[in-house]
Each structure stands twice: as structure tokens, then as C-alpha cells.
Write a protein that binds this ligand. Structure first.
Ligand SMILES: [Zn+2]
Length: 64
């Protein structure tokens, strides 16, 4: 069962099938109001953070 502060959009599904940056951004927007942050938005945010740090590492690379 979802918590009352969640948007009720698969909030308890921490696994996001076929995740992409675009999908994760959409989920992060939809679930931005989830309180406390639901497993789904947590997954989306972690994915986006990982993508961002990968980009940062790539940009910082002298071989980039
Ligand atoms: Zn949610």
C-alpha cells in the first residue's frame, strides 16, 4: 500500500524498467511531491545523479 503523501504512481516500485535519462526526469517531476520520497523517485534521482557524475567525470577527463 502506498503512503498518503505519495502520488500513487507505482511509488512502491523502486525498480524502473528500461530506465533512461528522459524517463528518470519525468518520474522525478511526477514524484517530486512524494513525502517522504518514495522508492521510485529515489531510484530516478540516483540514476540522474549517477548520469551526471559520469558526465562530469567524462568532461574532467583529459582524454575526453
Ligand atoms: Zn512517488
Amino acid at each position: 500500500m502506498n503512503q498518503p503523501g505519495w502520488v500513487n504512481d507505482w511509488c512502491d516500485r523502486g525498480f524502473i524498467f528500461d530506465i533512461s535519462e528522459r524517463l528518470a526526469e519525468g518520474i522525478a517531476k511526477i514524484h517530486a511531491q512524494c513525502t517522504p520520497p518514495c522508492p521510485r523517485v529515489t531510484t530516478a534521482r540516483e540514476y540522474l545523479a549517477a548520469r551526471q557524475s559520469a558526465k562530469d567525470a567524462w568532461n574532467a577527463s583529459p582524454n575526453g
